[in-house]
Design a binder for this molecule. Sequence first.
Ligand code: HEM
Length: 222
Amino acid sequence: MKKGMIKATDAFERIVHWSLAISCILLMITGLGMMFHSLNFLAVPVGGLKNLKLIHNFTGLFFAVSLFFSILMWWREAGVFSFPEDIEWIKTAGGYLWHVDHVPEVGKYNPGQKMFFITVALFGAVMVVSGLIMWFPLSLNMNLVRFMYFLHALGFLVIFPFFFVHLYLGTIGSPGSLPAMVTGWVTRAWVKKQHPKWLHEMEESGKLVVYGEEKKPSSHHA
Ligand code: HEM
């Protein structure tokens, strides 16, 4: 570890994120394996479609718990838009799509990340509820149960493409991001580019954790 690296995420945050990510990916693979004849071969290594369904359903429970903690942990920073800076950022598309001289500074998560979080939170909940009703239809109205199959497919259509955008931006699309989710330590240059306002706020409040440096006392004493 190099001196001067900045702590962007703690262990809890990383465990929750990976639980969410791994369960989500496993759900997408097992779900697709059940849905399409041409992908039924995905059930071969686990001994057939019945087992694939069991894995899918129980992974769903694991996903539900991970989603619950993700929402609890991220809703404040990634679930609420701040005005006017988030609107200004959206107007420039964060500088991702065309050249922008100065990208407006936003908080810990930019509006694109916030949209992703809100989509995952909302449609993730739709997947959990619809999935549970499909698993345990009890004696609910048949049309309601059928509607859950529709919602489950709709949720997949929304989350699936978003996942690839997120995967791209979390790795090669925005170099230096991955360590935030692997070790938790990132470079100052990356924080300056990705989370400039958060960097100022953390520095001002003396909460920024820098590798190899003592915590600086707050410069804003009463
Ligand atoms: C293995 C694939 C994945 C990689 C490499 C990855 C990478 C990352 C990285 C680097 C961040 C931090 C970004 C930052 O601090 O600026 C992040 C945040 C996040 N990830 Fe992932 N992720 C993956 C899968 C997933 C999946 C499957 C989900 C949800 C179903 C998810 C949901 C989130 C959320 C909600 C955040 C916080 C807000 C945001 O940055 O959008 N991630 N991810």
